[in-house]
Design a protein around this ligand. Sequence first.
Ligand code: S3P
Length: 436
Amino acid sequence: MAIGSKQICGAVANLRGTIRVPGDKSISHRALLFGAIAEGNTEIEGLLPAEDPLSTANCLRAMGVEVSEISVGVNVVVKGVGLNGLQEPESILDCGNSGTTMRLMLGLIAGCHGRHFILDGDQSLRTRPMGRVAKPLGQMGAQISGRKQGNLAPLAIAGAALKGKILHTLVASAQVKSALLLAALTAEGPTTVIEPSLSRDHSERMLRAFGAQLVSNPLAPEVHLQPGHQLHGQRVVVPGDISSAAFWLVAGLLTPGTELILENVGLNPSRTGILTVLNAMGAAVECLEHRVVAGEPVGDLRVKTSPLKAFTIGGELIPTLIDEIPILAVAALAAEGTSVIKDAAELRVKETDRLAVMARQLRAMGAEIEETADGLVIPGSQKLRGAMLDSETDHRVAMSLAIAALNAEGPSQIARAEAAAVSYPSFWEHLAKIQA
Ligand code: S3P
């Protein structure tokens, strides 16, 4: 077997057990970033110890922020340097594979006047659009240059004094919104960010907890930030990542004789589109013990094998389940009827072109799938056969293919399976545990 590939035997049954999925990736990045520019210490419980948040932590360390060691089960302490305390790094800031790191970092450093920064990343990140952040930051006065008119990394940032603005974003992207809010913290005058529809609101919740003066419009996807307030270090408790739980939800639904409990899953309504869709498909997913932990709703989920009906998704639902579309495609193959995913062109600029990659890889298992410009059309009741598969370096593709392979006839091999470590380093261990 090639290094980094995983063998999955197909046609499994009776998955059993309890899984505590690792910390939410979006909340982990934000806890590190906001902690870095707060005054005093921030203690983070449940931070995701995966490659993406490590990229954020390493960039912050390179700018003089003390971040304690990140490892499983250990609270992380960030010693804040205040809103204007980031130092000019001696070398490039390496964002690895992490779009969230690069985009939020742009907002964090654009206003550091007198300091110079270079942001770079891996081969995948160098192809991802950064103009969606660099352009509105430019309207605030930021000086960002890069390949393709500032759209592609490596990016050079000459820190500049920023001015608050009213900004309309072109895509419903929490990365774009969060970058603009970070820049707004040190700008002169207030900033309003208006999105086409609401993206995940972890930044708004956490910035408010840190002491930022921020008002969300309850009737529109609009946030208003008034600068001039210091952030204060907090204790942050990171819930489990619903995007990681999604793999086990679909595995539980598709695998005969299964019952799984997923503990401590974040249930922020701007992230629970996957539950809305699974519910409409007739899935037996139950929420036990709904509670609020450190400003974020959390619950335990119980999932049992269920017959599923096809779904059609698009519009404002898409940002609430954007990262779950690859695994929803796997669920669609087993459902009764044809499922349709539309308005999801954003998937083409994720870690890979996830529409093309999922269609290609699932076809290798014998699936019939139609790829459209902004989505997929997936006939249901399809039987998959085990095959030679490839994550194509994308973490969510690796894990979605693993769940598809569990339910295929015959064994599969997934190349570049190590990609899962970007967001879920213990995924393969958890997969073995529920099969035992
Ligand atoms: C994220 C937002 C989403 C998501 C990504 C994490 C975040 O991206 O796909 O995995 O932490 O803000 P967009 O904001 O670009 O939609």
